[in-house]
Design a binder for this molecule. Structure first.
Ligand SMILES: [Ca+2]
Ligand SMILES: [Ca+2]
Length: 108
């Protein structure tokens, strides 16, 4: 019984992580919470939202990924964007490292 519970909790954890990582689910959440808050910085503690501090044209391109702002206990968004992936120097690895839409374009 105990074992089953633990597995279930783990499953839930994985599922919520998946929701956070899958941008669309959290987008919906952010949209609804944004409507109720008047100021940009105010948020509910432990709330999260997508963020990306790289060039906008590289967002969601290649390896580049959004990170998360996390709301602190004072109701302010964290300055850091956790787990975001910003453009890096292109290397020959089969991925678009610098997020310009071209894969391994250096090996021409
Ligand atoms: Ca590239
Ligand atoms: Ca590459």
């Amino acid at each position: 019984m105990e074992k089953y519970k633990r597995i279930n909790t783990f499953k839930n954890l994985v599922f919520s992580l998946f929701l956070i990582l899958a941008g669309c689910a959290s987008d919906d959440q952010i949209y609804s919470t944004n409507q109720s808050s008047s100021s940009n910085n105010d948020c509910t503690p432990n709330e999260t939202r997508d963020c990306y501090y790289g060039p906008e044209k590289t967002r969601h391109i290649g390896l580049c990924q959004d990170g998360l702002n996390i709301c602190n206990k004072f109701g302010q968004w964290s300055f850091s964007c956790f787990d975001e992936i910003l453009p890096e120097e292109e290397i020959s690895d089969g991925f678009d490292n610098d997020c310009n839409g071209l894969i391994d374009e250096v090996s021409e």
